[in-house]
Write a protein that binds this ligand. Structure first.
Ligand SMILES: Cc1cc2nc3c(=O)[nH]c(=O)nc-3n(C[C@H](O)[C@H](O)[C@H](O)COP(=O)(O)OP(=O)(O)OC[C@H]3O[C@@H](n4cnc5c(N)ncnc54)[C@H](O)[C@@H]3O)c2cc1C
Length: 407
């Protein structure tokens, strides 16, 4: 594990230069990842949410990695955030899901769209981990098409009352605050983003969705809002511009998920190397059989290819962050984040499948670490935009608006 961590950090350092603070942050990530390995596996075997994740990240001061230092965060640029999540990804997608939702979808949305008062109120607490974010876009009847969401709000005194259901929400029953997307009652067009306090009356966790095929260590819930009060000052971004908030958060989130998938591939490679060099069949280590070497070559090649897709998307996002008015840079970062997420999630799942194959019968046992990756990584091809939605987005970036598949 150590060796791969080092090689990726050295390579990036050689190419783009990492500061001492950035290297320190990544070493801290290695320590947190090592600390989480045991509880992650234990909770996966029990098919339970892992309550240790947020605590370990807090202890290592890693809950606010992309939050600006003036708000108490680590101020990491996207490339470093990606290297951080790549390291955490070795522990699996459960850890990545909590970290990605809290930091990339939640904290960064407030940092990018919040006013000064919102940033001052939420970001220092999010960096400490006292605020934990969830992101409530999906509904029972609105998944790939978020513009059809039905959660609604009405104005009430100094704020709003929000009513509706949000489905498949990561961190849904543990978050202190949820970014909820809703439309004005009776208005079929604009969607607005709200920072909802989950302790408010009317907010309920209807069900913890525990019957998943994997990703047990991440909390996924169905929540409902019944006239939940949101004060005026907790509208995030402009009224009617909520989908812009949602999509820009997803740009951040997709790079995060893709970065986590790199870690999954790295762990698959490590596990396979260890297992195949110590397991003997037909008189020699199975790693000496050429067909096993084909699996290893495939995982390694996918990892190397995806690393550069992910780092390229991250660097483009950093470049775009320096010129916020440049819409073509922004759109290129968005395109590259879709390509990175599409390729890295498919490659992570395929690598986990190859790893299961190299492990043979033991690979099919839930007690093998590679089975956990196989079950957990599948979700990365679904959440934050399915394979198909990524394909449409990537194709439309090639073909142009005239070939828009949604028309
Ligand atoms: C474990 C987990 C955690 C999640 N966490 C969150 C979260 O924190 N917050 C949140 O808001 N959501 C979350 N989601 C929801 C996730 O983002 C959605 O499941 C996803 O966007 C797909 O929506 P859907 O499930 O409604 O599928 P549907 O939209 O019903 O899609 C079903 C199938 O149809 C395809 N399809 C749909 N439209 C088209 C089209 N136009 N062209 C071609 N194919 C199409 C899809 O690609 C898919 O293959 C989570 C999901 C899971 C499984």
């Amino acid at each position: 594990m150590e060796k791969l961590f080092e090689s990726s950090m050295e390579e990036v350092d050689r190419l783009v230069g990492l500061g001492d603070d950035e290297k320190g942050l990544l070493r801290e990530a290695d320590a947190a990842a090592a600390e989480l390995l045991v509880s992650e596996f234990e909770k996966y075997v029990e098919r339970k949410y892992n309550p240790e994740i947020a605590g370990v990240l807090r202890r290592h001061n890693l809950m606010g990695v992309p939050i600006a230092t003036k708000f108490g965060g680590r101020g990491a640029r996207q490339l470093v955030e990606s290297l951080f999540l790549e390291r955490m990804g070795q522990t699996g997608m459960g850890v990545i899901t909590l970290a990605d939702v809290h930091m990339c979808l939640g904290s960064l949305a407030v940092q990018d769209w919040g006013d000064d008062e919102q940033k001052a109120r939420y970001l220092p607490a999010a960096a400490k981990g006292d605020v934990l974010f969830a992101y409530g876009l999906t509904e029972p009847e609105a998944g790939s098409d978020p513009a059809s969401l039905k959660t609604s709000y009405v104005r009430d005194g100094g704020g709003f009352r929000v009513t509706g259901s949000k489905y498949l929400i990561s961190n849904g029953s543990i978050a202190t605050n949820m970014i909820v997307f809703a439309r004005a009652k009776g208005d079929s067009k604009g969607v607005t983003a709200f920072l909802v306090d989950t302790k408010q009356r009317g907010f309920a966790v209807d069900m913890r969705l525990e019957e998943k095929m994997g990703l047990f260590t991440s909390d996924t819930s169905l929540v409902s809002l019944d006239g939940v009060f949101v004060p005026e000052e907790d509208m995030l971004g402009e009224e009617g511009k909520g989908l812009s908030v949602a999509y820009s958060a997803l740009l951040n989130g997709r790079i995060g998920i893709a970065s986590g998938c790199l870690g999954v591939m790295e762990d698959c490679l490590n596990q396979v190397r260890e297992r195949t060099s110590s397991r003997f069949q037909h008189g020699k280590a199975i790693a000496r059989h050429q067909l096993i070497q084909k699996h290893i070559a495939s995982i390694e090649s996918s990892l190397e290819a995806c690393r550069w897709l992910v780092y390229r998307a991250a660097m483009k996002k950093d470049e775009s962050g320096k010129s916020p008015g440049d819409l073509s840079l922004r759109s290129e970062a968005d395109r590259l984040s879709a390509v990175a997420k599409y390729m890295a999630s498919k490659s992570a799942f395929e690598s986990a499948d190859r790893a299961v194959q190299c492990f043979g019968g033991f690979g099919y046992s839930i007690m093998s670490p590679v089975a956990k990756h196989f079950l957990d990584s599948r979700v990365a091809r679904i959440y934050e935009g399915t394979d198909e939605i990524m394909e449409l987005k990537i194709a439309s970036s090639v073909l142009g608006k005239d070939f828009d598949a949604y028309r």
